[in-house]
Design a protein around this ligand. Structure first.
Ligand code: F0G
Length: 429
């Protein structure tokens, strides 16, 4: 008997070899990445849309999740195996000040930092950990720049799995490290960067039979697709002209385009929006490849204040590139200063997000300035993580303490020391 009820299979991006879902597998024997694939010809797009609309606003149950609401295109797992925290259901904000800053009249920000563990990772994680549960795994692992580990540890804690986390030593934001420890993940700070941790965790999972929950796992990508389903449902299925999204390990942008491709094939959307993937200039292998039309080459010592995307050898670059090409998209890079100034604007708009998230706004501004996005086009930017994930970055920017990194507190809002008297406060006001 098949473990999943599904008629899905895994298919290699390179050689198109197919594998059934009965055994655990993260890549093809040829080394290629795997897609979870289903026969969309057997799905009636119109009926599916009606089902999704009926589920909107459900108060409880599996389908009240902003991922499992779309379960037909996520994963056909039985209800009693699904591990969910009602993830998703995040807001889509008018960008306000951040929109003016970017030079856009119609700019919306999807705040994935409003997920249960404070980042978009929860969408992929509910699907990945559900797959682990179906396979009967009791121990899960990931390498992480912080958010994947926070999310994995939270879901593992919920269902009683052991979680093992590999993080680059001393290089992840405090909020994220705090979460990993708080949720009880066994946290291994390895002597190396994220790319080293990623190589190590793959070897360890294979040799020690631990279930790998990085986004090389195709089930993670399936859950992450729900971001675009939910945005489009919030927009009554009116497709924006652009999606702008940060790129690190490149799983999220891969999921965005895969979701859109499926909706398009099903006839649920007719227009193909353009996807802009934004990398930090110190961790920009996809940008370099795109800009100079060269073969993929990892960046050796990636460096950026946006530690979430400090990644030189992204696992999913081929999937991401496939989506960019399909959508007539672009890749852009942004400097440290551009990231932090855009962040100051996202924060000052009362929305708030961690540095990596704000690549969306910094990138949108750059593309508007370059005339690639026009100011009256409709744009949705993805904010991937919560403002509280990285308090150090916020304080240091506003105290103008980042000069050694070449970043100035352009829009700094410094705290002011004041005597505890009416006169002193009046003088300041
Ligand atoms: N934004 C945030 C806040 C992230 O945490 C990440 C990735 C990204 C953007 C980039 O997404 O990797 O799918 O291209 N964080 C991973 C982690 C790598 O370990 O938490 P991506």
């Amino acid at each position: 008997m098949s473990l999943f009820k599904t008629k899905s299979w895994l298919e290699c991006l390179q050689c198109h070899r197919k594998y059934d879902l009965d055994s655990v597998r993260y890549s093809c024997d040829c080394g290629g990445l795997l897609d979870l694939t289903r026969d969309l010809g057997k799905i009636d797009g119109k009926k599916l849309l009606k089902t999704w609309e009926k589920r909107w606003g459900m108060k409880s149950g599996v389908e009240s999740s902003g991922v499992w609401r779309y379960r037909e295109l996520i994963l056909d797992a039985p209800d009693d195996k699904i591990i969910t925290k009602q993830e998703g259901n995040t807001r889509l904000y008018p960008a306000g000040k951040a929109g003016e800053y970017a030079g856009l009249k119609n700019f919306l920000l999807k705040h994935e930092g409003e997920n249960p563990s404070g980042s978009f990772k929860d969408r992929g994680m509910t699907c990945g950990i559900t797959a682990a549960n179906v396979y009967g795994a009791k121990c899960v692992a990931c390498a992480s720049t912080g958010n994947t580990s926070a999310s994995m540890a939270a879901y593992a804690a919920k269902c009683g799995f052991r979680s093992i986390i590999f993080i680059p030593s001393g290089k992840i934001a405090y909020g994220k490290l705090a979460q990993a420890l708080a949720y009880g993940g066994l946290t291994l700070q390895i002597d190396g960067n994220f790319d080293d941790a990623m190589t190590l965790v793959q070897e360890i999972c294979e040799k020690l039979d631990i279930y790998l929950l990085n986004s090389i796992n195709p089930f993670r990508i399936e859950g992450q697709k729900a971001i675009c389903f939910e945005i489009l449902q919030q927009l009554d299925w009116k497709v924006p002209d652009w999606f702008v999204i940060p790129g690190g390990n490149l799983g999220n942008s891969s999921a965005l385009s895969k979701g859109l491709m499926e909706l398009h094939e099903l006839g649920i959307i007719k227009k193909i929006p353009r996807i802009a993937v934004i990398q930090a200039s110190g961790a920009n292998p996809l940008y370099k490849m795109w800009k100079f039309n060269t073969p993929f080459k990892a960046v050796k010592d990636p460096e950026t204040i946006a530690t979430a995307i400090k990644i030189g050898n992204p696992v999913s670059w081929e999937k991401s590139l496939r989506g960019i090409r399909w959508s007539n998209g672009v890749v852009e890079e942004v400097t440290e200063q551009e990231i932090m100034d855009a962040k100051a604007m996202v924060d000052a708009a009362g929305i708030g997000a961690e540095p990596a998230s704000c690549c969306s706004v910094a990138g949108a501004k750059k593309l508007v300035d370059a005339g690639i996005i026009s100011s009256d086009e409709s744009v949705v930017g993805i904010l991937t993580g919560n403002v509280l994930k990285d308090p150090d970055a916020v304080i240091n920017y506003h105290m103008d303490n980042l000069k050694d990194k070449g970043i100035h507190g352009t829009f700094a809002n410094r705290p002011i020391s004041v005597k505890a008297t009416l006169e002193a406060v009046k003088a300041v006001l």
